[in-house]
Write a protein that binds this ligand. Sequence first.
Ligand SMILES: CC(C)(COP(=O)(O)OP(=O)(O)OC[C@H]1O[C@@H](n2cnc3c(N)ncnc32)[C@H](O)[C@@H]1OP(=O)(O)O)[C@@H](O)C(=O)NCCC(=O)NCCS
Length: 282
Amino acid sequence: VRPSGTDDDAARIAAAADEVAAWWSTEITRIEPGIIELRGFPIEQLISGADLPSVIWLLLRGEMPAEGQARLLEAALVSSVDHGPQAPSIAAARMAATCGVGLNSAVATGVNLLGDVHGGAGQQFMTILADIRTRESSGEEPHRAMRAVVKPWLAQQRYVPGFGHRVHPVDPRRKPLFSLLDSAVADGVIDGCYLRITRSIEALLTESRRPAPINIDGCTATVYAELGFPPELGRGLFVLSRAVGILAHAWEEQGTGRRIKGPFPPTAWARTPPRETGRGGR
Ligand SMILES: CC(C)(COP(=O)(O)OP(=O)(O)OC[C@H]1O[C@@H](n2cnc3c(N)ncnc32)[C@H](O)[C@@H]1OP(=O)(O)O)[C@@H](O)C(=O)NCCC(=O)NCCS
């Protein structure tokens, strides 16, 4: 039996503390009593001088964005913040909010629906843009590189992600976002190579029998690619933005006090004629 409080014990405790600190080591945050630093910036400085898009950029990229970069990121985040209850993620969050699960679960329900098919088109389109860029960088003629990537997608998947919309023949978010992108190219904030590729894909899809206009995922993917975000973070940023709309809808629904909201109003069920069972009864 060893007496407690020896030098050995102190050394062992210090070693364990170092091990735990190393286990949770991060370049993002430094937290000590009275100190909060994000990527080396004191929180006091960020509170008084930084906007949210810049802090998002700072946390993800490790440095502050230039003013023009922050403006573009903000525009993309604003543009995809909500698309109403026709979007399954919003509808699911609103239904969840009436089930007694609490706001956090309602928001998580909506966010968890943002998958490859609903909400994931931007990430997929960023991969397409990156593949075309890689071909261009190895000397392939741009139009040829674009067709070499897009045509197989169309053949295999039928759809190019980031194009087509059930509601909007022309997405109202395209014009302001593209105009900001054009200004950012003119100001030297971005180089415009992904914007050029997006426009060439738009032109290709306009030639087809049923033109598919660019949608919000295609527009924001172009912004995120121009800003140098990898495709996975493109999806992450979309989720961040859409989470705001999901929260607002879940909160509004919860505020109505409605219980157990289903996909149809009960009155619609009441008006539905009973179906014949085929066995002579109902
Ligand atoms: C959004 C979407 C589901 C809308 O689909 P829709 O309105 O039901 O369109 P349809 O499936 O009826 O397609 C109508 C025609 O346009 C074509 N089309 C639609 N979107 C297309 C796209 N993204 N790429 C190529 N062609 C497309 C279809 O091939 C179809 O042509 P056809 O009549 O010759 O078969 C569909 O455009 C799509 O899956 N887009 C890609 C994924 C995406 O970007 N999702 C995010 C939406 S905000």
